[in-house]
Design a protein around this ligand. Structure first.
Ligand code: LMR
Length: 335
């Protein structure tokens, strides 16, 4: 009789006597980024804690780097019940019919991680996750990645430098509008294909937090990057509501605890992971990194803030206002 069988009997509270452990319940967590990124590490932490808090009754298998499903497929697979957990970027919920999440893509809407957390850790965040329920999806948590930088094969000092470039974007109408506001041509590309698209010059540039940029080796195919911090990229960890509600109560409670702790962990390491990745890009020496001057930063803000008004009809003006109120953001202030 193995130790785990004894513990399982105790944890599930059936009896003090050992029970013969059934095979563990195997749950899949699919994602598109590398293991050594905030989301990759968060998924591993969730798997570890899920096993620990259920005393081995649940085994979460993590499939990184689009090895199971790509961006669009993972959403469909979740709805069909072929995968139990995914954590798409908030920019990828439009095809599901939930446009509200694209509010997170509005350029410069969050001045800092602290401002962002007022939304993701507050009642507004919970209300947003509840929007998924009519689609049969249960929103479990918000996970951070970080703020994005623009990159290309030419110096990017001013908004005009992106004019005429083909820029890879995630499937968000707000990001489409953002690139058009800069005079660039947006091109939706699955994350798994970005490196190849850049290498083959199908697109000229992109935007991403540094952890994604470095772990996908985009630095090998982008000679310039500017630390614009112009927008946020984060995730909603989601599951299939029917599956979730059908779990035995004790297992669901243990997985909720694992998700709470994995969320705390992910959101604590995200910033440092991105700083580490930026240092790695610097050391690789492949990409010239530009820190914008104050005047350059204001020029980008001036070019991009009109996207808020332009996309209000798409996202919902009320939600944008609610975020301004929650974070204290002033859309008219350029400083
Ligand atoms: C992207 O497509 O750039 C990101 O959404 C990838 C990710 O999951 O971080």
């Amino acid at each position: 009789m193995c130790l785990r069988t004894w513990i399982l009997g105790l944890v599930l509270g059936c009896s003090a006597l050992p029970v013969i452990a059934a095979e563990p319940m195997v749950l899949k967590f699919s994602h598109v980024v590398a293991p050594n990124t905030p989301k990759g590490l968060g998924a591993e932490k969730f798997a570890e804690l899920a096993a620990q808090y259920t005393a081995g009754a649940v085994r979460v298998e993590v499939y990184p780097n689009s090895s199971l499903y790509k961006d669009k497929e993972e959403m469909e697979a979740l709805q069909l019940g072929a995968v139990e957990f995914i954590a798409p970027s908030l920019a990828k919920f439009g095809p599901l019919g939930v446009r509200a999440f694209e509010v997170f893509d509005l350029p410069y809407i969050f001045d800092s991680a602290e401002a962002l957390h007022k939304v993701t850790r507050g009642p507004l965040g919970q209300e947003m996750l509840a929007l998924l329920e009519p689609r049969g999806i249960k929103g479990l948590a918000f996970w951070d990645n970080g703020f994005k930088s623009f990159s290309a094969n030419r110096p990017i000092r001013r908004p005009e430098d992106l004019r005429g470039l083909s820029m890879r974007i995630q499937s968000s109408k707000v990001l489409d509008a953002q690139m058009r506001a800069l005079g660039a041509s947006p091109r939706v590309t699955a994350f798994s294909e970005v490196y190849q698209a850049l290498a083959a010059h199908v697109v000229d540039g992109t935007e991403n937090p540094h952890s994604n940029f470095y772990t996908q080796r985009m630095n090998e195919v982008q000679s310039h990057m500017t630390l614009t911090n112009h927008g946020y990229l984060g995730y909603a960890v989601i599951t299939n509501a029917k599956f979730w509600n059908g779990l035995p109560g004790s297992i669901r409670a243990a997985l909720e605890r694992a998700m709470r702790d994995a969320t705390e962990y992910t959101n604590t390491i995200a910033r440092a992971e991105n700083e580490k990745a930026l240092e790695a890009v610097r050391s690789a020496g492949t990409t010239e990194i530009h820190e914008p001057t104050e005047e350059e930063r204001i020029a980008f803000k001036r070019a991009l803030l009109p996207v808020h008004k332009a996309m209000a009809g798409w996202i919902g003006e009320g939600l944008i206002e609610d975020i301004y109120d929650e974070t204290g953001f002033d859309p008219d202030a350029l400083e």
